[in-house]
Design a protein around this ligand. Structure first.
Ligand code: GLU
Length: 493
């Protein structure tokens, strides 16, 4: 399906921090909309806030989008930051001349003016308006100055902001794709700044100009920008640009129903990546924060999301970020992958911990098969695979208690001797069962007194994965080392 004119949507992050999960949702909805309607997904970097923006943050945000698989058709490359696409530059800091040109156009046509009000004067006006119960709009005496007069004043070195001249009172109405009809009376805003005295343009001005010049047809963005739409509509109207369609998405709340913030825990995609979440699970999860599938399905691939995504199911009521659901979603996506793929996804996390394994594909398959039901995230996998590495095990308190039983020394001595007598790099399940029987007979123990010390000598804890599954995955020399370690611990107690 395609719309006419061809769909062009954009994600326009401000690189003042990591990519937030809310940003990922905005990017995803735009991406899905573009894919659904055969359109283009554009990435525009809104980096005019020079104090808070940094190239480092641009790179990180772009890398996170890339990790999520939200590839853009136009915009800066995620590594080189070089632009591709015919509507560049795609970084607002590189479009200053364009904004300046439009500001001049508006000044010359009398729709904007140089304003010399100082901050103190503006403050005073605000306070007076507040006392008198009026809206805190700027009332600039420079509104009606001639351009010559303003230029003359500036020729003395004085700086001025450029203010947009808000016209006669009227209503601005549009049909928000999420919220339905929205009406803004124009006197909700006073004459607003387009260019700061430093010459730096403000967000509303850049955004309107860029959306127009980049031929953006639909703008899906966070609810917090709803009120900006009025100023942007005024700029569109004055410059004779065609208005895009807008859709302002629901706010995302934390579990306490307050706006989702760092207080609630991880909010950046990067943190979720580090915690071992799969990008497809995170996308699936954020897709459902304010949208639902017509068939009620919850677990979906990006392709399925694309084929089902439509704006009529975007919901304007607040969405609650439920981390337990995200974990469930992640586990579901993870366990649906073939074992070899799970290992492939896990490998970078194992490498990051310096965990090396000599086992080939068969071993990897077996290890994943053994652990995957205990894995909700890839980091869970790291914890479990640590048991299989040469890293010395951490003994739990319960583990120490089991080793302190009077029968445990004998159990481990027989266990260790039995291991040493076996040929081969690994024990088979049958060899393990047989050795366990030998221990039972020679140490004259059974049940808990037999199984727990052995388990503690393997993983440091009396609880966990079944030994008959775990043991065949551990190289024999590691088992011997751990038995020695446990015996040594017992001697030192
Ligand atoms: N740069 C804005 C932000 O990060 C985007 C605003 C918009 O999409 O219009 O919130």
């Amino acid at each position: 399906m395609s719309l006419s004119p061809p769909v062009r949507v954009r994600f326009a992050p401000s690189p003042t921090g990591y990519l937030h999960v809310g940003g990922a949702r905005t990017a995803l909805y735009n991406y899905l909309f573009a894919k659904r309607y055969g359109g283009k997904f554009i990435l525009r970097v809104e980096d005019t806030d020079t104090e808070r923006s940094s190239e480092e943050f641009i790179r990180m945000q772009l890398a996170d989008l890339k990790w999520l698989g939200l590839d853009w058709d136009e915009g800066p490359d995620f590594e080189t930051l070089k632009d591709s696409g015919e509507y560049g530059p795609y970084r607002q800091s590189q479009r200053q001349d364009i904004y300046k040109k439009y500001a001049e156009k508006l000044i010359e046509s009398g729709q904007a003016y140089y304003c010399f009000l100082t901050d103190a004067e503006i403050d005073e006006q605000r306070q007076r308006a507040q006392r008198e119960g009026r809206p805190p709009h700027v009332d600039s005496p420079y509104r009606d100055w001639t351009l010559e007069k303003a230029k003359e004043r500036m020729s003395n070195g004085e700086t001025a902001v450029v203010r947009f001249k808000v016209g006669e009172k009227k209503d601005y109405t549009f049909k928000d794709l999420v919220r339905g009809e929205v009406v803004f009376p124009s006197d909700m805003v006073g004459d607003f700044v387009l260019l700061r005295s430093s010459g730096m343009p403000v967000y509303n001005f850049c955004c309107a100009i860029d959306d127009a010049l980049m031929k953006i047809t639909h703008v899906f963005r966070a609810e917090e920008h709803l009120s900006n739409t009025l100023r942007q509509m005024m700029i569109y109207e004055t410059l004779g640009f065609t208005l895009p369609e807008f859709g302002h998405m629901s706010i995302i709340l934390g579990s306490d129903k307050q706006k989702l913030s760092k207080r609630h825990g991880a909010t950046s995609c990067n943190e979720y990546k580090e915690r071992g979440f799969l990008p497809e699970a995170l996308l699936n999860f954020v897709a459902l924060l304010g949208w639902s599938s017509p068939d009620g399905e919850e677990v979906m691939s990006v392709d399925q999301l694309t084929s089902k995504f439509a704006v009529d199911r975007l919901n304007s009521s607040p969405a609650v970020f439920d981390e337990a659901k995200l974990l469930w979603m992640n586990a579901t996506h993870l366990r649906a992958l073939p074992n070899a793929k799970i290992f492939e996804r896990l490998k970078p996390y194992l490498d990051a911990q310096g965990l090396k394994f000599t086992g080939g594909p068969e071993w990897q398959n077996q290890a994943i098969e053994t652990f995957k039901s205990s894995m909700q995230t890839l980091q869970d996998g790291v914890g479990l695979f640590t048991h299989l590495s040469e890293t010395p095990i951490q003994m739990t308190d319960e583990g120490r208690e089991a080793l302190a039983w009077p029968t445990s020394r004998k159990v481990l001595e027989v266990w260790k001797a039995g291991l040493e007598n076996l040929p081969g790099e690994f024990l088979t399940e049958a060899e393990f069962m047989e050795l366990q029987n030998t221990v039972k007979e020679k140490a004259e123990v059974k049940g808990k007194q037999l199984f727990q010390p052995i388990r503690v000598a393997v993983i440091g804890s009396p609880h966990g994965t079944e030994l008959k599954l775990l043991i065949p995955l551990l190289q024999k020399h590691i088992l011997i080392d751990r038995a020695e370690q446990a015996l040594a611990n017992m001697s030192s107690q």
